[in-house]
Design a protein around this ligand. Structure first.
Ligand SMILES: NC(=O)c1ccc[n+]([C@@H]2O[C@H](COP(=O)([O-])OP(=O)(O)OC[C@H]3O[C@@H](n4cnc5c(N)ncnc54)[C@H](OP(=O)(O)O)[C@@H]3O)[C@@H](O)[C@H]2O)c1
Length: 337
């Protein structure tokens, strides 16, 4: 372990991360020092990089991180130097339902995140990397992967269910892969036929271009002989939540995950949802236990995340541009030198 290392630091809201030399910290009791090798870009990180998330300044951005254990503090069990690990999105949310206390911390928002070479993390908030994944692949799991996993688990996905994934961003392509691995039939929507072709190669059974077919919920109903989907993972928010409800069967489930069309109010067909006993539930990533369960599932099915772009940590402006232009498919991975 060297004496100093480089962190990419945002000086204030909206400032691009710049390199800063810092002293390598010693892990406190119960902590591990992680040598980070990779991160990944989420819509959430874009919001953070634009300076729209409050919190301490200056700070190191990026919630997602993967690397190897470089040192361990007193009292740490079950981890050894050299173990490849992933940093949890909510390090205090170990298991069970969400609480304000469990969700209080988020690396990159409430304190320094993962765009740095070393980070001390509570050892119980580290998840071992599935052996078949590279560091770059594993670094795409903490936010997007765990969210997709939680939405499918909370919706109780079963073999034979019809699941709708919306767009071909990070969360949605994990929904495609995980739902398919659970034996579901997957409907994928996208603005682009080329992106839909990639979604098909990852397991999507039915493809809908939502630009050509803005009333795609009607197509979902037709595909299911009028019944509707068992589970819809909504990432669009105001422009799509109402359509998500209309695409869902009686007794089905809509996971409220994203706000890609804005943070305003959504128009939801209330009587439709009520008379058809449709459940709507907000999802916020998941616990460390959810993350570990996702890793077990990824290992069991040998799933690999889809990464369309790999950028260096000093290319965060390019990562923001690619995400805002929707040029990516699945994940944008970030290398840490
Ligand atoms: N609640 C949580 O815990 C949680 C966790 C992770 C993410 N999120 C949220 O979920 C959303 C997706 O996150 P992400 O990281 O997966 O984003 P992302 O990778 O940036 O996804 C962007 C893609 O979504 C599609 N899209 C964009 N606008 C859309 C719209 N109005 N309707 C339907 N599809 C649209 C586009 O795909 P096509 O070009 O293929 O159409 C676009 O490329 C964001 O709002 C994010 O904040 C929430």
């Amino acid at each position: 372990v060297p004496v100093t290392y480089t962190a990419m630091v945002m000086a204030g809201p909206g400032e691009l991360p710049r390199p800063e030399e810092r002293a390598v910290p010693e892990p406190a009791p119960g902590q591990a020092l992680v040598r980070l090798r990779a991160s990944s870009m989420n819509y959430h990180d874009l919001v953070n990089l634009l300076g729209l998330i409050k919190g301490p300044w200056p700070r190191v951005p990026m919630t997602d991180g993967c690397g190897e254990v470089a040192a361990i503090g007193d009292g740490v069990r079950g981890l050894a130097v050299g173990d490849r690990v992933i940093v949890a999105f909510h390090p205090l949310w170990l298991d069970g339902p969400p609480t304000p206390a469990a969700k209080r911390e988020c690396p990159g928002d409430t304190g320094d995140g993962c765009l740095q070479q070393y980070l001390c993390v509570a050892a119980n908030a580290l998840i071992k990397v599935p052996a078949h994944l590279t560091d770059l692949e594993a670094a795409t799991l903490p936010c997007a992967g765990v969210t997709a996993w939680s939405a499918l688990r909370s919706g109780g996905v079963q073999p034979g269910d019809v699941v709708v994934a919306m767009g071909t961003g990070g969360v949605s392509l994990f929904v495609v892969q995980l739902a398919k691995a659970n034996g579901a039939t997957v409907v994928l929507t996208s603005s682009s036929d080329d992106k839909l072709t990639i979604g098909k190669s990852l397991g999507a059974d039915h493809l809908i271009n939502y630009r050509r077919d803005p009333e795609w919920y009607t197509s979902v109903r037709e595909l299911t002989n009028g019944r509707g989907a068992d589970l819809v993972v909504d990432v669009g928010g105001p422009d799509t939540l109402g359509k998500a409800v209309l695409a869902t069967r009686m007794g089905g489930y809509v996971a409220i995950v994203g706000v890609l069309s804005g943070v305003g109010a959504a128009e939801v067909p209330v009587s439709y949802a009520m008379t058809r006993n449709i459940r709507l539930e907000g999802i916020t990533v998941g616990s460390v236990a959810d993350h570990a369960a996702l890793c077990r599932a990824m290992s069991a099915s040998a799933l690999r995340p889809h990464i369309s772009h790999t950028l260096a940590w000093d290319q965060m402006d390019e990562a923001m541009r690619v995400l805002q232009a929707n040029e990516h498919v699945g994940k944008i991975a970030i290398t840490i030198p």
